[in-house]
Design a binder for this molecule. Structure first.
Ligand code: AMP
Length: 199
């Protein structure tokens, strides 16, 4: 199963990706997590990405495309993967297509989590509070000011991907305003219909 999770920051992509990891036994490839690891390790990519991420803007397509191309060749991706937070621009979507075609594999579905903007900022603030309470590091970009920029970037650059994948017949839209378990259930149902259509 090769999936993309689409949706604005705070839509619940990470939470749902973790559940899909358990259900399908395939890894979650979060470009945000990979970039944060690069920043923490002060690699050349991390040093380039840090200021851009702190400002809530998007890291260059070339950087993220290269990270993902390398990651999908790891053995744990052989039977599939969940792309979480990637692609985020139309050039990235074209890059995915080229990467998969080169490896003679295809996407099974693109799941879009639809959530009201007003709910998103509250979720981000809660994520920061939960991390703090658990003694975990709080993401620098999980605050209302940077969040506004992240949301602007989403509408400008990422939202057009829904049309791109709709046109390819891959888009599965899910109501992300329902409780976490209900979202998981909806995704399961949408993916069942996707695999039936493929059979
Ligand atoms: P996330 O954890 O997915 O919210 O990503 C956190 C930040 O990492 C984003 O605000 C961007 O600065 C950067 N980032 C993650 N994924 C991408 C991507 N696919 N393209 C560009 N920048 C990304």
């Amino acid at each position: 199963m090769r999936l993309i999770l689409l949706g604005p920051p705070g839509a619940g992509k990470g939470t749902q990706a973790q559940r899909l990891v358990e259900t399908y036994g395939i890894p979650q490839l979060s470009t945000g997590d990979m970039l944060r690891a690069a920043v923490a390790a002060k690699t050349p990519v991390g040093l380039k990405a840090k200021a851009v991420m702190d400002a809530g803007e998007l890291v260059s397509d070339a950087i993220v495309n290269a990270i993902v191309a390398e990651r999908i060749d790891q053995p744990d991706c052989a039977s599939g993967f969940i792309l979480d937070g990637y692609p985020r621009t139309l050039p990235q979507a074209d890059a995915v297509e080229a990467m998969l075609a080169e490896r003679r594999i295809a996407l099974d579905a693109v799941v879009e989590l639809v959530v009201d903007d007003k709910a998103l900022v509250g979720r981000i603030v809660k994520r920061a509070e939960d991390a703090k309470a658990a003694g975990q590091p709080v993401r620098k970009d999980d605050n209302p000011e940077v969040f506004e920029e992240r949301l602007r970037e989403y509408y400008k650059k990422t939202a057009p991907l829904t049309g791109y994948y709709y046109a390819k017949g891959l888009l599965k839209t899910v109501d992300g305003m329902t409780p976490i378990d209900a979202v998981t259930k909806q995704i399961g149902e949408r993916l069942k219909s996707a695999s039936r259509a493929l059979a």
